[in-house]
Design a protein around this ligand. Structure first.
Ligand code: PLI
Length: 467
């Protein structure tokens, strides 16, 4: 019997609940070609052409395979400028599974982050959150806010096996409120499965405690719902009292403790584009609905085509099925287990959407300002054509006040698994490539940044090898 993850009584506990109807060929390139492509891309995997990539683990955002039902839904797109039927299907799905009363669609997650930040943050206010995310923090800062990290310390430790490393530290949050006063807090920003910490979940107990503290001080609580379905899976598997509850029920309960959420539909919702912001308060909704027409589009499409809203409404229903999410996270954990078995340093426990390699442990000889995780992403691409991304000092950017690099404790390289796209054999190819790069780790040399854009530099920065 094969050794599989989550094995129960000698039988596999999960397999993909679908079969493949259409395939897309992959391009397998030579090392020489990859060397040329990487140099041309300034050693930044974001600047590679996808035709030069073999297995694409840059992101799980907008890279899912849609189901035949979703493609059929695309044919039912009602492309009316106003009042598209597909908007009402989407609104119904968000109300049913995420609990919120009012929905404003956006072109993707950062469109939603922009709207909520502009509406709810006043100049000089503080936004506490469970670790930063690149676009979320930037929109909070651009609206005049200051992000403060109140995640538990374990989140910054790659080797801590805390089951809910995404939790907010209640004492840190309480202290912040005491120091600055509740009026100075715009809202608490809580993300499910914290991306930059390695896809680490938040427990139900923690959101309840955060909610109680917020209520005590009259502070709003908003969620980044981008990977909340994945978060619900961890609650089901790890938290007492939830083993027999469905993902659907857990998701709904989790959202019910918040005042609203923003969403990048490109992840959990199994679509290639789209997002939303949803709230319960009528007045906040009114402001969001007014602002969306300035930046995104009318409040019944907000930057999405009717067909995209239909595919999203169907994707939401598919995404909350237990069998789907078991297979999705089962595949990520399969790759993690292969790497752990080979002693490769990764963030533990394995999170929901990706494997995060610990670049500091790969390359202790490369100083952080020579970009170890960027170097690791480049070297894995060179080895096999597998494309991942940097999640370390480059992603962290510069402090807006001092202009210095921010030096995050976590210097990680992310191998992100798209949903319903790759097979177990691909996971093995990826693991073999990571191992080959790990075995050659002592030869690696760092990079220097030769071009740095002002915002979200990791997307477009260019590098050269240090001499
Ligand atoms: O890429 P957007 O604009 O649809 O969504 C922004 C966004 C918001 N929150 C979180 C937790 C994200 O992970 C996120 C986007 N993430 C990307 C693109 C990623 O590769 O992780």
């Amino acid at each position: 019997m094969l050794k599989t993850i989550g094995q129960q009584q000698g039988r596999r506990s999960w397999a993909e609940p679908w079969k493949i109807k259409m395939v897309e060929p992959l391009s397998i390139t030579s090392r020489k070609k990859r060397e040329k492509a990487l140099k041309k891309a300034g050693y930044n995997t974001f600047l590679l052409k996808s035709k030069d990539v073999y297995i694409d683990l840059l992101t799980d955002s907008g890279t899912s395979a849609m189901s035949d039902r979703q493609w059929a839904g695309m044919m039912l797109g009602d492309e009316s400028y106003a009042g598209s039927i597909n908007f009402y299907h989407l609104e119904k799905a968000v109300r049913k599974y995420y609990s919120y009363k009012h929905l404003v669609p956006t072109h993707q997650g950062r469109g939603a982050e922009h709207l909520i930040s502009q509406v709810q943050i006043k100049e000089g206010q503080i936004v506490p959150g469970n670790m930063y995310f690149t676009t979320t923090r930037l929109h909070q800062e651009m609206a005049g806010g200051k992000f403060v990290d109140v995640i538990i310390d374990e989140a910054h430790n790659v080797n801590s096996d805390h089951p809910f490393k995404g939790n907010i530290d209640i004492e840190k949050l309480e202290q912040l409120i005491e120091t600055h006063g509740a009026d100075k807090i715009a809202y608490v920003s809580l993300a499910g499965t914290v991306n930059m910490a390695g896809g680490q979940p938040v427990s139900m107990e923690n959101i309840k405690a955060v909610k109680a503290l917020c209520d005590k001080h009259g502070i709003l609580l908003y969620l980044d719902a981008t990977r909340l379905v994945e978060n619900a899976w961890f609650i089901q598997k790890r938290e007492d009292g939830y083993q027999d509850k469905s993902i659907k029920k857990i998701l709904f309960e989790f959202c019910s403790y918040s005042d609203g959420a923003w969403m990048s539909g490109k992840k959990d919702h199994l679509v290639n584009i789209g997002g939303w912001v949803a709230v319960n308060d009528d007045k906040v909704f009114d402001k969001l609905r007014n602002l969306v027409v300035v930046y995104e589009g009318l409040h019944t499409y907000g930057g999405m085509a009717g067909r995209d809203m239909e595919a999203m409404a169907i994707g939401i229903k598919e995404s909350v099925k237990d069998k789907h999410i078991n297979a999705r996270i089962g595949q990520v954990r399969y790759l993690g287990q292969l790497l752990e078995d080979w002693g490769i340093p990764i963030v533990k426990p394995v999170g929901g959407h990706a494997i995060f390699l610990d670049a500091k442990a790969f390359y202790p000889h490369i100083p952080q300002d020579q970009f170890p995780a960027q170097t690791l992403a480049a070297n894995i691409y060179l080895d096999s054509g597998v494309r991942g991304m940097e999640r370390g000092i480059v992603s962290a950017g510069r402090d807006p006040k001092t202009g210095d690099h921010r030096y995050p404790k976590l210097e990680l390289m992310r191998l992100t698994i798209p949903r319903r796209v790759y097979t177990e054999a691909h996971m093995e190819v990826i693991a073999e490539s990571v191992k080959a790069v790990y075995d050659a780790r002592e030869e690696a040399r760092g990079l220097k940044m030769v071009y740095e854009p002002e915002y979200l530099r990791f997307f477009q920065a260019r590098f050269e090898p240090v001499s």
